[in-house]
Design a protein around this ligand. Structure first.
Ligand code: BT5
Length: 226
């Protein structure tokens, strides 16, 4: 399946690059200067002013391995932003200095997976957000980070295909915001759990260790340091 090359399409304004990407074949990359309806997970809003990076890539869906692509993408974004020493917070946040500077959104559609990435290059939203937020103002450009992400994705997908998820998992853990034993809170739609970070398993499931040795396995949720 890989190596491959991106067909890059640039737009000024879109509702959401993830939405636009639905209309294009695999290995298309959509970028936009801004979005009028940028989205996060669970119908959340992704603030999408001009000056930041909005990118979506169309990939083939790969059955039950599809969720692992989120980790391939995380590692690629961390690689693209290596000099800023970013950290990945399960499942899909990219932090710099403890602040969220980028988010990743995977959406499945038929035989495709749309991988969306938003990076705050020049500004971060203000207001009451779920986590502290930041940006990379004055440190880099949209064009540079876009190109690096696309390059890192090509490398990362090839490596995932050749070496499997274990090598992706190891790389992901090497830039994880949480370290084994760190205290964390996991918020699910109807429940909240506390415990310590126990890593991610061979499928990318979060392991939350509780007192007494119980391990809770979490496939989707929001996590916070406590
Ligand atoms: C995400 O969702 O972090 C995934 C964001 C993906 C955005 C990209 S942009 C290109 C592509 N096209 C799209 O329409 N989407 C993708 P989630 O983990 O649900 O986090 C959303 C939460 O982050 C919001 O509820 C806010 O609290 C916060 N937030 C919103 N805008 C933000 C921003 N620009 N920077 C940092 N945090 C933000």
């Amino acid at each position: 399946m890989y190596p491959m090359q991106w067909n890059i399409l640039r737009f000024d304004e879109v509702d959401s690059t993830n939405q636009v990407a639905l209309n294009y074949p695999i290995y298309t990359a959509i970028t936009a200067d801004h979005q009028t309806a940028g989205r996060g997970r669970l119908n959340r809003v992704w603030e999408s002013v001009k000056g930041n990076l909005y990118l979506s890539m169309v990939l083939p869906e790969i059955g039950d391995k599809t969720p692992m692509l989120a980790f391939v993408v995380g590692v690629a974004v961390a690689g693209a932003l290596k000099e800023f020493n970013v950290r990945l917070k399960w499942p899909n946040d990219v932090l710099e200095g403890g602040k969220k500077i980028a988010g990743i959104l995977l959406e499945r559609a038929d035989d495709k997976v749309i991988v969306g990435i938003g990076v705050n290059i020049t500004s971060a939203p203000s207001g009451n957000l779920m986590y502290p937020v930041g940006d990379l103002a004055g440190k880099t450009t949209v064009a540079q980070v876009t190109q690096r992400i696309l390059d890192e994705m090509e490398k990362g997908l090839a490596e995932f295909e050749t070496n499997g998820f274990e090598s992706v998992r190891r790389k992901w853990l090497s830039v994880s915001y949480f370290h084994e034993g760190d205290k964390m809170r996991v918020r699910l739609p109807h429940e909240t759990f506390e415990g310590t970070f126990g890593g991610i398993d061979e499928n990318g499931i979060l392991l939350l260790k509780q007192e007494g040795g119980k391990v809770i396995r979490v496939s989707a949720g929001d996590v916070f340091k406590i």
